[in-house]
Design a protein around this ligand. Structure first.
Ligand SMILES: [Zn+2]
Length: 220
């Protein structure tokens, strides 16, 4: 029995588990499952380039999104403009530590890590600086995808908490605009990244070395 089947040459349908030989696709092409018709693999066009640009734009928008006012708050009869960062400070001030931590984590920290991750991965591919550590890095990045939309949810929580405790108006300020653009960049950088292509490249780059090592061992 041959136990050395190379699983990187196979692809499984995510809907019905049918197994296929991995097709070689060109940019813009996609392969569909013969049994259920769902998409097996899609080769995205200019994936690295687009992901690099979106994540760079996202990181540039990060500071305005966090520091510019996103809403107007009336505190003790006085009207203040509050940024996302101010909101977190006010939450801490009022004893909502847990919510302040969650808002910081999911509205600020996770998007920053995701954008930085997407930028690092696309940078490494764009300038051909692939390292074996990228395999682990990309695996970790992949896990963060599950938390992607929580930042929208968290912004919703902040706004509704202010609605409950104060007279709050959500005015369309530059900060809110920057935050929305930031979310769009963060989502687009993840959507543009062709995960399948990246796995393929990384596996080829770093399992080839091992195969060559084995061949050299056998020859010596
Ligand atoms: Zn299928």
């Amino acid at each position: 029995m041959n136990n050395n089947t190379n699983t990187s040459l196979l692809v499984a349908c995510q809907q019905c588990d049918a197994l296929y030989d991995k097709p070689q696709l060109k940019q813009g092409q996609l392969a569909k499952c013969n049994r259920c018709g769902s998409t097996l693999i899609e080769r995205k066009v200019d994936s690295i380039e687009r992901s690099f640009n979106w994540s760079l734009a996202g990181l540039l928008l990060m500071l305005p999104a966090i520091l510019l006012p996103i809403m107007g708050v009336t505190l003790a009869g006085q009207f203040h403009q509050a940024s996302l960062f101010d909101c977190i400070l006010v939450l801490i001030d009022r004893g909502f530590f847990m919510i302040a931590c969650l808002v910081f984590l999911f509205a600020i920290a996770v998007p920053i890590v995701r954008l930085t991750g997407a930028l690092y991965i696309s940078y490494s591919f764009k300038f051909n600086k692939l390292k074996p550590s990228l395999l682990n890095f990309f695996r970790a990045y992949h896990h963060l995808d599950n938390w992607a939309m929580l930042n929208v949810f968290m912004l919703g929580i902040v706004v509704s908490m202010y609605k409950l405790i104060d007279d709050t108006e959500l005015s369309v300020n530059l900060g809110l605009l920057a935050f929305i653009l930031w979310l769009i960049c963060s989502t687009m950088s993840a959507v543009a990244l062709d995960q399948d292509y990246i796995w393929d490249k990384l596996e080829k780059a770093f399992t080839k070395d091992e195969v060559q090592d084995e061949v050299q061992d056998e020859n010596s």
